[in-house]
Design a binder for this molecule. Structure first.
Ligand SMILES: [Zn+2]
Length: 376
């Protein structure tokens, strides 16, 4: 049994507790929370300088792209970035596996306990089967040519089954509104079964995406026409969020939302990846338009980020929003756990096994660039 205390405890299902105590079993289950050190009645009290919060949930990553660290040039926009991703196969299996293992270890060291991870391959499966972290795997389908829809869908189904057969949570999801025609969107929607919890989709990551749907022009249109894309992608859709209708009333997490406007916001979950947005587009979403209870945070991959650290992402969000530390930590822990269906994670509610992070070197209750994470 452990009794942990710090300047503040952020349980996230209740307001922060000044100099509170959290009692944990040997396997990390929350047994009790005390609102003062005197009430904990323990001579085993461990007191830390900083704040204690649950383990972080990285709601959006592409672990299989970890070997692309530093390959993409910064700030050149999405189409340039997509070109870099096509270099993903210019590496040996050993290089890829090593970088996946290192990236996972980095997430563990940074206090991450669960990941919403996009998969186009089985490259990450060996590492995930070690069960160091919890993963919700989003098996990503994309392809704009109508003639290839059936092949793409059956490949996705095969990949999903490989993940499921390995004991992993896995759901087929569309990559983005501009990369999946309505017929494939419907197939994905129809494949959703009782093992699936939610769908993810990249959304409004670039202004060219909005331009494609709203004006039916721009470089995305030229790019799609060059790939023999089905015209229904842009002709039948009036904006990016139109595809949510095609997916039906499922739980959905929308990723990036860098160019979202207030009128586009729905009651779905939203995931922001601020460092990746700055890396690719030099832009951030307007954080004031989101429901803070539905906002999650992700690192995206090491192809568009120099680290996999939720704390660093929070620092950027804090500098560009009015969120207080309790709200930021809900975004980092509780909301991601709720979105991805990890019921044991996200808060210090009794009975959960959420992991415990110490955030040290804060400026009062503000995260700074010098703040650090220690897994307790
Ligand atoms: Zn992504």
């Amino acid at each position: 049994m452990r009794y942990l205390s710090a300047n503040w405890i952020f349980p996230l299902h209740i307001p922060p507790i000044k100099e509170g105590v959290i009692q944990l079993s040997d396997k990390g289950e929350v047994i009790n929370l005390f609102n003062s050190r005197r009430k904990a009645y323990s001579d085993k009290l461990e007191i830390f300088d900083g704040v204690l919060c649950p383990g972080f949930v990285n709601a959006h990553c592409h672990l299989e792209l970890s070997h692309l660290l530093g390959i993409a040039e910064k700030g050149n926009g999405f189409l340039e970035f997509a070109g870099t991703i096509r270099k993903r196969d210019d590496f040996s299996e050993i290089e890829k596996q090593n970088e996946i293992e290192k990236a996972e270890q980095q997430m563990i060291d940074n206090g991450i306990v669960a990941v919403g991870d996009i998969c186009n391959t089985t490259d990450t499966l060996i590492q995930k089967q070690k069960e160091n972290l919890k993963y919700y795997n989003f098996i990503e389908a994309f392809g704009v040519d109508e003639n290839k829809v059936n092949t793409i869908f059956s490949q996705s189904m095969e990949l999903r089954n490989k993940f499921r057969n390995a004991g992993q949570k896995a759901t087929i999801v569309p990559h983005a509104p501009y990369s999946v025609p309505p017929s494939l969107m419907r197939k994905i929607s129809n494949a959703f079964d009782n093992k699936d919890i939610l769908i993810s989709i990249h959304m409004q990551e670039t202004k060219e995406e909005n331009q494609l749907f709203e004006n039916k022009d721009g470089i995305f249109l030229d790019w799609l026409i060059g790939m023999n894309a089905n015209k229904e992608i842009w002709e039948k859709r009036i904006n990016s969020t139109y595809v949510l209708k095609e997916l039906g009333r499922k739980k959905i997490i929308l990723i990036h939302n860098t160019f979202i406007q207030k009128q586009d916001v729905t009651d779905n979950y939203y995931c922001t990846c601020p460092k990746a947005n700055l890396y690719i587009e030099k832009m951030l979403p307007d954080y004031s338009i989101f429901d803070a209870d539905k906002l999650c945070v992700g690192t995206d991959s090491l192809a568009s980020n120099n680290s996999l650290s939720i704390l660093e992402e929070l620092n950027i969000i804090q500098e560009n929003s009015n969120f207080d530390l309790n709200t930021l930590l809900k975004i980092a822990c509780k909301n991601g756990a709720n979105a991805l269906g990890f019921e044991q994670l996200g808060t210090f509610e009794k009975g959960k096994i959420p992991g415990v992070n110490l955030i040290g070197n804060l400026d009062g209750v503000k995260v700074t660039a010098e703040s650090f994470i220690q897994v307790i």
